[in-house]
Design a protein around this ligand. Structure first.
Ligand code: SRM
Ligand code: SF4
Length: 569
């Protein structure tokens, strides 16, 4: 049992705590800022508070210097991130977001994210309210997709493939609703709702909200497409006789770190045990409220649930959750993860409906000279009677297609480059975060770097006569890890312009954190090393041995076993 003094971190609270406390339940003075035409941005606390409403203030870093030279303020705009539990969106909603991106986003794209939703980039202040009202009319909101709250709840893709998928998705939606902030600030500010601030309470999140962002998934083994170990709270679906009966609960995953600060590290989630379905919401609430009360509000770098578990001890945290939820965790039920990739092409569900998964490089839906992805999705949306599902690998599923409609949908997908039969396994197993030019925290390129880096990787695989093999390869523009490089077989983490920390040794199932292999290296050095390592893998691998497993077995790097202790060894 941990020392009770450890449960709460004493000290001067982080300034975000003052900001949340003074925000009048996330209202701040956003409305006043919105009416201020002198600046295109949000000022002081509002810059942070708009995040709780699903927006980040950004500017295009490619043109920042030029504007400074011209004595102009940065071209302030917002990125919006929608709330779509399990990534489900209807065709009529798709057409609304397609049009809004075309008419009002500076980049004209719909960006699918690593957390199963979409972002608009580059929306100027005069269009922000219109954006929320347009989305609201279509039944979409962006409440709590950022900020110190529970974010968009992920669910293993293809939920209609079986009864379990459908039930799991329903739970993802229920958990998302249950953990939402109760404040009416969003409705008031963006939808001109009635003003009710004085009567509000936040029973779950608390008046100061959480110490830090909080992430939740519902996952259906053997797929680990949502990457449970990147998340604070995970419900692993356990089915008996084809029906969902409960969840194993995993707590305390997270991937972010800070270069040079060894008190920060990626961490896998711990297994708390099994619960029957009826305890799901109580357990979700208890984990959130324990983290709310015990999470570090002094140092935001150590504020996530993963650090709370390390500080107070896993058993202490788990017992508190049991106490608050009024339950006892049973021993976990057996399950296994076998992979994380999406299944491309058509699959047939048990209800006879068909689902087409298409590969979207970097999740960026835009019309390119050689493939009109955005037009293609819109054309499909016009005739599609099922729905769309965004995957946590930044891809898209055209779900619920009747057998008779398959040919027409497939023809459109082929015509617009949404199906490209020659896309390699390697490209499909590669992923990058947004990074430059919109991300203010980016240290190196990621999304714009990935396509050509993958082409080189393809050539290396071909040179070693294993062109059909692939490596889970992920690039992330800074150590925040949005591209989940810290669960890849090969992970690159931006260190500075053109420089990356190069990690190897994660596994394909997403259950092992990779280890630093080379620090602050250039693209050329990384490709040279990969050429050597892949050559060795091609020659010496045991049957079907994956790259990440090979580099561990061959002793090229030691496995990360307990990242809190051995990640920096
Ligand atoms: Fe992220 C911050 C993009 C998934 C860890 N992330 C950001 C911001 C908003 C930069 C900022 O704070 O100003 C990035 C906006 C870039 C842009 O221009 O769009 C950004 N994160 C993304 C997305 C869009 C990457 C993508 O290419 O898809 C993902 C949006 C997810 C969503 O729909 O909600 C995204 N971010 C992740 C993930 C992966 C995941 O959750 O599966 C992680 C690592 C997992 C984790 O949380 O440990 C992640 N993002 C961060 C962090 C570090 C958090 C921490 O624990 O310290 C930050 C910075 C922060 O919060 O201070 C961050
Ligand atoms: Fe930006 Fe860093 Fe996240 Fe990439 S990992 S989107 S660079 S915050």
């Amino acid at each position: 049992m941990s020392d009770s003094k450890n449960l709460i971190v004493e000290g001067k609270l982080a300034d975000n705590e003052r900001m949340k406390a003074q925000s009048k339940h996330l209202r701040g003075t956003i409305t006043e800022d919105l009416a201020d035409n002198v600046t295109g941005g949000f000022t002081a606390d509002n810059f942070q508070l708009i995040r709780f409403h699903g927006m980040y203030q950004q500017d295009d870093r490619d043109i920042r210097n030029e504007r400074t030279k011209q004595k102009l303020e940065p071209l302030h705009n917002v990125m919006l991130r929608a709330r779509l539990p399990g990534g489900v969106i209807k065709p009529e909603q798709w057409l609304v977001i397609d049009k809004f991106a075309a008419d009002y986003s500076l980049y004209g794209s719909i960006r699918l994210t690593t957390r199963q939703t979409f972002q608009f980039h580059g929306v100027l202040k005069p269009n922000i309210k219109k954006m929320h009202q347009t989305l609201n009319k279509a039944g979409i909101d962006s409440i709590a997709t950022a900020g110190d709250v529970n974010r968009n709840v992920l669910c293993t893709s293809n939920p209609v493939e079986s009864i379990v998928h459908q039930q799991a998705w329903e739970w993802a939606a229920k958990i998302s609703e249950h953990l939402l902030p109760k404040t009416r600030a969003y409705a008031e500010i963006w939808l001109d709702g009635e003003k009710v601030e004085t009567t509000e309470v936040e029973p779950i999140l608390g008046d100061n909200y959480l110490p830090r962002k909080f992430k939740t998934t519902v996952v259906i083994p053997p797929q680990n497409d949502v990457d449970v170990h990147a998340n604070d709270l995970n419900f692993v679906a356990i089915a008996k006789a084809g029906k969902l009966v409960g969840f194993n609960v995993l707590v305390g995953g997270g991937l972010a770190m800070t270069h040079g600060d060894t008190s920060t590290f990626p961490r896998k989630a711990d297994d708390f045990g099994f619960i029957p379905l009826e305890h799901t919401l109580a357990v979700a609430e208890a984990v959130v409220s324990t983290q709310r009360d015990w999470g570090n509000r002094v140092n935001r770098k150590n504020a996530k649930t993963k650090y709370t578990l390390e500080r107070v001890g896993v058993d202490t945290f788990k017992q508190e959750v049991e106490k608050r939820a009024g339950i006892t965790f049973a021993p976990s039920e057996a399950y296994e993860f076998t992979g994380r990739g999406d299944r491309f092409g058509w699959v047939e569900g048990i209800d006879g409906k068909h689902h087409l998964t298409v590969f979207i490089e970097n999740g960026r839906i835009l019309d390119y000279p050689e493939k009109s992805l955005k037009t293609g999705c819109a054309e499909i949306a016009k005739i599609h009677k099922g729905d769309f599902r965004m995957t946590a690998n930044q891809n898209l599923i055209i779900a619920g297609v009747a057998a008779d409609d398959k040919a027409e949908i497939e023809a459109l997908a082929v015509k617009h480059g949404l199906i490209q039969p020659d896309t390699s396994h390697q490209r499909k197993d590669s992923m990058a975060c947004v990074s430059l030019p919109t991300c203010p925290l980016a240290m190196a390129e990621a999304e714009r770097y990935l396509p050509s880096a993958v082409s080189e990787l393809e050539q290396i695989l071909q040179k070693h006569q294993i062109a059909d093999e692939s490596i889970i390869y992920r690039v992330t523009g800074c150590p925040n890890g949005c591209g989940r490089a810290m669960l890849a077989e090969v992970g690159l983490v931006g260190k500075g312009p053109g420089k990356y920390n190069f990690y190897i040794g994660g596994n394909r199932e997403g259950t092992r954190i990779p280890r630093l292999y080379q620090e602050n290296v250039s693209h050329e050095d990384i490709m040279r090393s990969l050429d050597e390592l892949i050559g060795q893998w091609a020659k010496e691998r045991q049957s079907n041995e994956a790259f990440g497993d090979f580099v561990i077995r061959a002793g090229i790097v030691n496995p990360v076993v307990n990242s809190a202790k051995d990640f920096y060894e």
